[in-house]
Design a protein around this ligand. Structure first.
Ligand code: NOJ
Length: 782
């Protein structure tokens, strides 16, 4: 059982550079927001309405159904209209046109006794009609402002159909590429994940939640869902409180702090207690420590699923346990509808507890302005979609999300990329060059294949049809005849350059319920790759995927590899501009890229162990005893193929030494700083390094700052990201990059379950990724 925190502290904020704030996971009182659901003026309206409600109407407000294309097992109900008229439904989802939302809304507002509007939700995850790159790709931009803009466009489009609630952002930390949902989040790091979480919330919710184009955000899945054992979706999680506090909770905290109006409870069990019936996380952490005033929605039937987890033997008990633990609203399972009224009448659930949840739902509806403006403007709907500014943002986002993994010399001894515009004959080979639905990724909202400008189409436009031959060679997941494969190889042999468009297709192999035990290229793609490389032609591999794939052969034999992820509707133009150097790559990995599946879970911010394998020249199989009795595999390296934070540019950068500037640092003073409003934002240490553009092209670099804490009461990661900045450097130019760190950069969840700064040795790196850089150290005194 997790202990109650002894600490009552306020949020600590780490200012990393101008305009960039990160929220820590430190416990806090209510978020520092007075708008949206935190607007105190809403309370009187909520109370007035609450007093007029019958028990049945109250239960109705905490009931939610999917009335469109299901995104989970069906509920077999069709009588929603009748239920709405009786006040038995508070929320609907999976409806996505203004006509439909208005039809249901009219019943709520005109026929139900209290005229309480319905709130309509949908999984608007990386765009609505204008589909942006998948979230893992968006995070790879390391550009929260850009991510915020994408969420704003999504809100503008979704709200035009009456959808005022998105089940996004997914802020689950994911350390295992086998988990298909790694595509939906921001990767493995809590600091970057917190930045992204807050950016999405700001983008969706806008400056005011009651603006007609704002939608409520939902940070999900609370909590630990990404730690599914074996990377198998919906699987059990076991997470220590220390890891929960330092790794999994911070992005949720950041979302709450940014004003996120709702939270979704997860499918997984957490240390034996289902996350959707977990009073420790839902009540103690979320409500008591963080002061969250919004709605906790369940995931799809996750309330009923506590029966399968094994903590209830019937639906009424499932309803009681989830509700008492703090799940306000039941998504799709109907158990609140069926049992909550009786549970309250019989005293098994206190009336006050029901009132609390109803208040949360009503507060959200008032905050969204739904009572004043319940209907979508059907005339605005079509005009809101695919506007030019959104489409152009989709291209920019895609360009910034690409990560250049390898760029070795081509035939003329210069790096193969960017390609030259000198009329070369290009063979574009592979099943994913014109797979339109795949480019959209999973959870593509209302995105349509016809909105996608494919890689093949954009490349044909750029190089001219006469210079391009495109053959699939093989199917994406299987199939493809020997003749087709041979034709692709023959066409490659006649080309000047071969571009391979390979990977895992977005729709079928990424997202929910797409865990994989093998992370190679599906079907016959590997065979195609090897045969084409054997032609001796210069090969560029454009890798489409929703996660890192284990392709050691490709990384050894293919000169240039670009991780394109699943780029959205502007896939083609973004790729062509990038490959031909009109835009340089700036993206960096937000996940450690594995060499083999056996390395998973793999993450840079790991603990050191007592027997670290930190020699760089370990042999396989192990040689002497120094190499044997260390934490390692006998048949694989420990280090990733590419580390977290890694990504190449078309220019090169040199990093100078890390310099630290701080007056005497005392643990007691820094701990006090975590708890004190003013001190928590005051820089206590600055770290700087010179970064030089050593290449011949201008380039942008994402400069990263990591720390390690030694001598602490609880072992800390070998490195932890605490800041990043984007800089632009002309060829030959040097800039001094300075980070100002506040007490939170040195804080940890200690052995007495408190956020503190301890007497500790701090190592700081300013570096291009999580595996390089020159360290500097400083001691924090007692
Ligand atoms: C299940 C998924 O886990 C969740 O992310 C999604 O929001 C809901 N279904 C609703 O579609």
């Amino acid at each position: 059982m997790m202990r109650k925190s002894c600490a009552t502290v306020t949020i600590a904020v780490l200012l990393v550079c101008a305009g960039l704030e990160a929220q820590s996971g430190a416990p806090a009182s209510a978020p520092d927001v007075r708008t949206g659901i935190y607007d105190p003026s809403l309370d009187a309206r909520v109370e007035t309405l609450l007093r007029r409600m019958t028990l049945e109407e109250k239960v109705g407000q905490v009931v939610q159904y999917s009335a469109g294309q299901p995104t989970g097992p069906g509920t077999n109900r069709t009588d929603y209209e009748d239920m709405i008229a009786k006040g038995q439904i508070g929320a609907l989802f999976n409806i996505s046109t203004a006509k439909e939302t208005n039809r249901y809304q009219r019943i709520a507002v005109e026929k139900s006794r209290l005229k309480i509007p319905i709130i309509f939700g949908l999984d608007v995850i990386h765009g609505f009609r204008t589909v942006f790159p998948v979230p893992l790709a968006l995070a790879s931009t390391w550009d929260p402002a850009l991510v915020e803009q994408t969420a704003r466009v999504a809100a503008r489009e979704a709200s035009a159909t009456g959808i005022r609630w998105t089940f996004s952002p997914m802020v689950d930390i994911a350390r295992d590429a086998r988990w298909g949902r790694i595509t939906e989040g921001a990767g493995e790091d809590p600091f970057l994940g917190s930045e992204m979480a807050a950016a999405y919330v700001r983008g969706y919710q806008g400056t005011r939640l009651d603006e007609p184009d704002s939608i409520a955000a939902c940070a999900k899945h609370f909590v630990g869902y990404g730690a599914a054992e074996g990377g198998r979706d919906y699987n059990t999680t076991e997470i220590s409180e220390h890891t929960l506090r330092q790794i999994y909770l911070p992005p949720f905290r950041a979302a709450v702090n940014a004003g996120a109006a709702t939270i979704m409870s997860a499918f997984n069990s957490l240390n034996g207690v289902p996350a959707s019936a977990n009073p420790f996380t839902l009540r103690q952490v979320l409500r008591e420590e963080w002061g969250f005033r919004g709605v906790v929605d369940s995931d799809w039937e996750s309330v009923r699923e506590v029966i399968q987890h094994g903590i209830a033997n019937d639906r009424a008990t499932a309803a009681r346990k989830a509700f008492l633990a703090g799940v306000d609203m039941d998504m799709a399972s109907s158990v609140y509808h069926d049992h909550l009224g009786q549970l309250v009448s019989s005293g098994q659930v206190p009336q006050e507890r029901l009132d609390e949840s109803v208040r949360n739902v009503l507060r959200l509806k008032f905050a969204l302005g739904l009572f004043e403006h319940p209907y979508a403007d059907e005339a605005r709907e079509a005009q809101a979609m695919l506007r030019p500014d959104g489409v152009s943002l989709a291209r920019t986002a895609a360009e910034r999300s690409f990560v250049l993994l390898k760029n070795s010399p081509g035939p003329n001894s210069a790096p193969l990329l960017p390609l030259s515009n000198s009329g070369q004959r290009i063979a574009l080979i592979g099943p994913l060059a014109d797979d339109l639905p795949s480019a959209l990724g999973s959870w593509a909202g209302l995105g349509r294949g016809e909105d996608v400008v494919s890689f093949q189409a954009a490349l044909a436009k750029h190089v001219g049809e006469q210079n391009l031959i495109h053959l699939k060679g093989v199917g994406a997941t299987g199939g493809g005849s020997d003749e087709d494969l041979a034709a692709a190889v023959a066409a490659s042999a006649r080309a000047d350059v071969v571009i391979l468009a390979l990977g895992e297709p977005g729709g079928e192999m990424t997202g929910e319920a797409t865990s994989r035990a093998f992370l190679g290229l599906p079907g016959r793609q590997q065979e195609l790759l090897e045969k084409i490389v054997a032609t001796g032609k210069p090969v560029v591999l454009v890798l489409f995927s929703g996660r890192p794939l284990t392709l050691p052969w490709a990384f050894e034999h293919v000169p240039a590899v670009l991780a394109a992820w699943l780029p959205g509707i502007q896939a083609g133009p973004a790729l062509v501009r990038t490959l031909y150097g009109e835009s340089s790559t700036t993206g960096k990995l937000v996940v450690s890229w594995p060499r083999s599946v056996g390395q998973e879970p793999l993450y840079y911010n790991a603990l050191n162990t007592g027997r670290p394998a930190d020699k760089s020249d370990l042999t396989n199989p192990p040689g002497g005893s120094d190499d044997t009795y260390v934490s390692r595999y006998i048949d694989e390296r420990n280090d990733p193929q590419f580390p977290f934070g890694y990504g190449l540019s078309y220019t090169t950068f040199r990093y100078g030494s890390t310099e630290i500037n701080a007056s005497e640092l005392k643990a007691s003073g820094l701990t006090a700083g975590l708890h004190d409003g003013a001190a928590r934002t005051r820089a206590v240490l600055t770290a700087s390094a010179d970064v030089t553009n050593t290449g011949s092209r201008p380039g942008e670099e994402i400069v990263q700052l990591y720390v390690r804490l030694n001598g602490t009461s609880v072992a800390q990661p070998v490195r932890a990201l605490k800041g990043f900045q984007r800089i632009l450097l002309a060829p030959g130019e040097t800039k001094k990059v300075t980070f100002a760190l506040v007490p939170d950069a040195f804080a940890l969840w200690n052995d007495r379950n408190q956020w503190v700064v301890e007497q500790e040795k701090v190592t700081v790196w300013i570096s291009p990724d999580s595996a390089h850089g020159a360290p500097a150290t400083v001691q924090i005194l007692p």
